[in-house]
Design a binder for this molecule. Structure first.
Ligand SMILES: NC(=O)c1ccc[n+]([C@@H]2O[C@H](COP(=O)([O-])OP(=O)(O)OC[C@H]3O[C@@H](n4cnc5c(N)ncnc54)[C@H](OP(=O)(O)O)[C@@H]3O)[C@@H](O)[C@H]2O)c1
Length: 273
C-alpha cells in the first residue's frame, strides 16, 4: 500500500507526508520540482503536474491511497481536469481518496461524486498559517495591519493533515464531508497578541480601511481577483468561518491544536532577523 500525496510541498500536504512517514506508511510525494523539495527520510518523490494528467501515470503506479489538492498552478486556479485525474486514479487501483477542497467545489469533487472511488472531502475555515502573511511587518515594525477584525475559528494545518491521514488509512470516512475548524474563535487582534506572547514582544494591531487594504495589496503585487476576495472576506466574512466544530477531535481523538500552540511552534518566523 503506497499513498500518493499531491500538494506535498504545501502547507497541509507536507504535514500529511510527515505524518504518514512517521507512522511507517509507504508514502510518495508529488511535486513539479523534485530538485527543490525536501522530504523526510524514506519518502519517495515523484515528479508530476496535476494540470497535465499524463505526467501522473508513473506517480500513481502501485498507489492505493491518494490525497488530492483541487488547484493547479501558483495562482490557485481550480483544476479543470477532474474527470481525467479521477479516471487515472481508478485505473491505477486507488481505493481511498482524501480531497482538500478550496472555497468552491472544483471539477475534482464533481468527478469523484460521479465516480466509484471512496473519498472524503475536507473543507476548512481559515488556516492558522495565514498568519505568516504578517511575519514581515511584525519583524520589521512590530505591527499587524488587517482589514476586518472578525473572529475566526482558525484551524491548525497539522489537524487538517491528521484528518486527511485518518481518511486515508482508516475505514469509516468514505462519503463524509468534514468541515474542519480550530478549537476557539479568535480575532486577528487576539492572534496578534498570542504571537507577541510567543516571541516576548509587544505588538501593535492596526485595523485597515478598505482603501488602505487595497493599496497595500496592490503594492505587494497581489492580483485584482485575490484583492476582491480579500475585500469580500474582510467586509463580510461567512458565518461558518466563526463557528467552532468538534470534527477534528471526533475524527482524530485529540482536541484541535490552539493558535497559542501554532504561534509557539513558529515563533522564529516572527522574531526580528
Ligand atoms: N489558506 C487558507 O486559509 C485556506 C482555507 C480554506 C481552504 N484553503 C484551500 O487549501 C488549499 C491549499 O492552499 P494553500 O494556500 O495552503 O496552498 P499550498 O499548500 O501552499 O499550495 C502549494 C502546493 O500545491 C502544489 N501545486 C500547485 N500547483 C500544482 C500543479 N499544477 N501540479 C502539482 N502540484 C501543484 C505545490 O507543489 P509544487 O510547487 O511542489 O509542485 C505545493 O505543494 C487551497 O485549495 C485553498 O483554497 C485554504
Amino acid at each position: 500500500m503506497t499513498i500518493l500525496v499531491t500538494g506535498a510541498t504545501g502547507t497541509v500536504g507536507r504535514r500529511i507526508v510527515s505524518e504518514l512517514a512517521g507512522r511507517g506508511v509507504p508514502v510518495r510525494a508529488l511535486t513539479r520540482n523534485p530538485g527543490k523539495a525536501a522530504f523526510p527520510d524514506g519518502v519517495e518523490v515523484a515528479c508530476g503536474d496535476l494540470t497535465e494528467a499524463a505526467t501522473l501515470a508513473p506517480a500513481l503506479e502501485g498507489v492505493t491511497g491518494l490525497h488530492l489538492i483541487t488547484f493547479g498552478g501558483d495562482d490557485g486556479a481550480p483544476l479543470e481536469n477532474g474527470p481525467e485525474l479521477v479516471e487515472l486514479a481508478a485505473q491505477a487501483g486507488v481505493r481511498r481518496v482524501s480531497v482538500l477542497s478550496g472555497w468552491d467545489e472544483s471539477t475534482v469533487e464533481e468527478a469523484l461524486r460521479a465516480g466509484m472511488l471512496r473519498w472524503t472531502r475536507l473543507q476548512c475555515v481559515e488556516f492558522m498559517a495565514n498568519a505568516f502573511d504578517w511575519a514581515d511587518s511584525i519583524r520589521r515594525e512590530g505591527v499587524v495591519r488587517v482589514f476586518g477584525n472578525h473572529p475566526g475559528a482558525v484551524v491548525h494545518e497539522a489537524d487538517i493533515a491528521a484528518v486527511a491521514v485518518a481518511a486515508l488509512v482508516e475505514e469509516g470516512h468514505a462519503g463524509e464531508t468534514y468541515l474542519l475548524t480550530g478549537p476557539e474563535t479568535l480575532t486577528p487582534e487576539q492572534r496578534t497578541r498570542l504571537i507577541g506572547a510567543a516571541i516576548g514582544r509587544e505588538l501593535r494591531f492596526e485595523e485597515q480601511s478598505e482603501a488602505e487594504y487595497r493599496a497595500a495589496m496592490r503594492a505587494a503585487g497581489v492580483g485584482d481577483e485575490l484583492i476582491e476576495f480579500g475585500v469580500q472576506l474582510g467586509a463580510n466574512p461567512p458565518d461558518a468561518g466563526s463557528v467552532v466544530l468538534p470534527t477534528v477531535e471526533r475524527v482524530t481523538g485529540r482536541p484541535g491544536r490552539t493558535f497559542a500552540q501554532w504561534a509557539a511552534e513558529h515563533a522564529a518566523a516572527f522574531r526580528p532577523l
